[in-house]
Design a protein. Structure first.
Length: 590
């Protein structure tokens, strides 16, 4: 910002797998503010300073920011990390005017947190994120303590809430750690978001090896059986062969069922792969929608920059208004000068009136003196006695004439001064008339310019406001639509995750059933091997008893028995091999 004490920075995520950097948000402030990850790492909460255009001036004077709480969701698909800033239809601010300090957030679960907030001092608030998304509900609730003064740094451990508060001890404040026994009653949306976990079944193939060993051992005993068998042994062997055939029939049925289960498992795996592909496509769509949302947020930032330019135009308007105020002040100053000139004209007129009054009074005195002189001359003609008086009167007359001459000179001087004053007065009146006409012309031109300017600025402002309002309405509508689509996609993803979990449960059940069937098959094979061993023991006993008989009978009997034994047991051997080959292939397939 061109100042040493004001910082510009951004909150980033570095992916160490491919060294990609994902920008969460760009910020600034008088200092760098802290952030906090959620317990699962799927959300990041960070403190962001309010822009300087909306910061109160008293904060700017003290180099202090007003800080709000924001948060974003972090998605990772493969090696790609995407960030989605969380908003509701009204704002992107989770909580206003928070205490921007480290460890001022405590997590109850993924949807409920404890935050320190100014109200008007530091207090602990319980915030429900799901209710915040529906901004018409009350989602932040203040936690009440016995001493509600500066409670910070909440930390919930089971039912004990630890926090720091200020205490007054001996007329001084002390920070103290306190613990309170609490029982939190969470409102709607307190359920924690559970991420789906893949269940991996580790199969033990030891049973396969056991079946192979048993098969080889039984095959060895059957191949090595070349002794003589009497008729009683043959009947016992036929009975055991019947049992073995029954068991082998059951084994074949079990193998068919196992093959069916394998087919079902393979089909379920195919369905799981399809669902996972659908989930990946939905994640891709959600990432694309988040990118579109970020683009719309950038457009909103552009609109905000345009709003700043509008504020600059408002500043220009204020400067023009100040110039108009200066012109109005000049007009008032000219009016004051005109009033002063009018006052001087009035004073000069008063002085002229006073001189005219003096002139009139002197003329009346002269007329009186003339009358006196005339009376005296009449009296002089009447009597001679009054000659002395006449002389005296003449002297008085001379004196009066001298006075009259002085008065006449004064009157001439006053008349000359009056003429000059009249000329100056006429000149001043002409100047006043000219200034009045100039003033009127200036006032008319100022009024015309002011009216034109106000009209043009008003028209420009109205047009700009209408355009920006339409743009803002369109962008808000688009944002609402995208958020609705994102919510729908999230609901679809949740339903798909539930169906995947159900399918995995079915697969685990089928695996358990398959393992049980394999155990039964192994038991049947063990029984079969035991019965084969008993038959071999009986054949050896028959051999020992037949040694005492004649060699000729023994040779004939042995030749016949060999052929009969090959006819009887050859087919059984082939059946056993096929059955065990099926068991082998089924276990290997698993």
């Amino acid at each position: 910002k061109g100042e040493d004490y004001y910082a510009e920075y951004s909150l980033n995520i570095l992916n160490l797998e491919n060294s990609d950097i994902t920008v969460v948000d760009n910020m600034d402030g008088y200092q760098v503010y802290s952030y906090r990850w959620s317990n699962t790492g799927s959300q990041i909460f960070y403190f962001k300073a309010l822009s300087l255009l909306r910061t109160p001036q008293k904060f700017i004077d003290d180099n202090i920011n007003q800080v709000n709480l924001h948060f974003a969701r972090i998605y990772k698909s493969g090696s790609k990390i995407s960030v989605l800033l969380q908003t509701n239809p009204k704002t992107d601010i989770l909580l206003e005017d928070v205490a921007a300090k480290d460890n001022s957030i405590s997590f109850i679960n993924e949807n409920n947190i404890l935050v320190s907030k100014y109200d008007p001092y530091s207090a602990v608030f319980l915030v429900n994120l799901n209710m915040w998304r529906n901004s018409d509900k009350k989602y932040a609730q203040k936690i009440r303590f016995n001493q509600d003064f500066d409670t910070e740094f909440p930390n919930l451990i089971e039912n004990d809430l630890y926090f720091v508060s200020l205490l007054y001890l001996k007329n001084r404040t002390v920070s103290a750690l306190q613990v309170s026994r609490v029982s939190l009653e969470l409102g709607a949306g307190e359920s924690q978001d559970i991420t789906p976990e893949k269940i991996v079944m580790d199969s033990d193939d030891s049973s396969d090896f056991e079946t192979e060993e048993e098969f080889s051992e039984s095959e060895y005993y059957e191949d090595s059986d070349e002794s003589e068998i009497p008729t009683e042994v043959e009947t016992q062997k036929s009975e055991t062969d019947g049992k073995i055939t029954e068991l082998e029939g059951k084994i074949s049925v079990f193998n068919i069922e196992l093959s069916k289960l394998d087919n079902q498992i393979s089909s379920e795996k195919i369905n799981i792969e399809k669902i996972e592909n659908d989930v990946k496509s939905l994640n891709q769509k959600s990432n694309d929608l988040s990118d579109k949302k970020n683009s719309y947020l950038e457009k909103i930032n552009q609109l905000r920059t345009e709003q700043t330019s509008k504020l600059q135009t408002d500043k220009l308007v204020s400067s023009k208004q100040s110039e108009l105020n200066k012109l109005v002040n000049d007009r008032l100053r000219i009016q004051n000068e005109v009033l002063q000139l009018e006052n001087t004209i009035l004073t000069e007129r008063n002085s002229l009136n006073q001189l005219e009054d003096k002139y009139n009074s002197n003329r009346t005195e002269i007329s009186l003196l003339n009358n006196v002189i005339n009376n005296l001359m009449i009296e002089q003609t009447k009597t001679l006695e009054t000659e002395n008086k006449l002389v005296s009167f003449q002297t008085q007359l001379k004196q009066l004439q001298s006075k009259n001459d002085n008065i006449q000179s004064e009157i001439s001087n006053l008349s000359q001064q009056l003429a000059t004053d009249k000329n100056s007065l006429i000149a001043l009146e002409m100047q006043i008339i000219e200034k009045n006409t100039g003033k009127k012309n200036l006032l008319t031109s100022i009024d015309i310019l002011k009216a034109d300017k106000i009209l043009s600025m008003q028209k420009d402002k109205d047009s700009q406001i209408k355009v920006r309002e339409t743009q803002l309405a369109e962008s808000r509508q688009k944002m609402a639509d995208f958020e609705a689509e994102i919510n729908n996609l999230n609901n679809i993803i949740d339903s798909e995750n539930k169906s995947i979990g159900d399918l995995r449960d079915k697969i685990t059940k089928s695996n358990d059933e398959k393992i049980a069937l394999l155990g039964k098959i192994n038991d049947l094979k063990i029984k079969k091997s035991e019965s084969a061993k008993e038959v071999i023991v009986k054949q050896e006993e028959v051999k020992i008893s037949a040694v005492n008989e004649t060699k000729s009978d023994e040779d004939e009997y042995e030749e016949e028995d060999e052929y009969e034994e090959e006819d009887e047991y050859g087919e059984d051997d082939n059946i056993d091999e096929d059955i065990f080959e099926e068991v082998k292939t089924s276990t290997r397939r698993r």
